[in-house]
Ligand binder design. Sequence first.
Ligand SMILES: [Zn+2]
Length: 208
Amino acid sequence: MGEQPLSRRSPFVKPSPLQARLLLELVDVASRCYQRGWAHGTAGNFSLRGSDGLIWQSPTGLCKGELSPHAFIPVCIETGRAVSAEPMRPSGEMAVHLGIYRFTKAAGCVVHAHSPKVVARSVAGEPMVFRGHEMQKHLGCEHHLEELRIPVISNPKSMVGFDCEVSCHLDEKVPLVVLAGHGAYVWGKTPLAALSFLEALEFLCATT
Ligand SMILES: [Zn+2]
């Protein structure tokens, strides 16, 4: 992928200065996921909420350790269609991102990776329930004795129409959802906030 400025690739759509800064942060978060072995091959997908009902979605088929802000594709949240001619297609798992953005305004960005402890723990398809862990406070619990329940939903054979289905399983109080045997989708105000939630869940899965 070339290093053309966004204003040349997408003449009618470009991120605001704040979004441009957050795209750089998202590239850094994607690289960290790759370096940790949470996004092997071309796995993992990442997006940022833009202006006017758009998101900036990572493309399919690229190593997430080598993304650049220019690679992100502007997509309409409502229709799921790219709003400008792009050389790359958006991630094949974008349906989950769209479902999350439609569900909650708290999603400023969405991070998805195949962190191994989460994947292993989720294979059975049962909700992940934690109690008694200090780390739960990082995922919305007021104290460690509160029950934290992370939704785990079946990994669909096809993502067609999954954007409408996924929101039925989301919980406004818990910024994560897991696809069984696949990985977690995490949202936050910023990419680093979302990454910290994924780190917390990976830690809980590693220590229980
Ligand atoms: Zn995936």
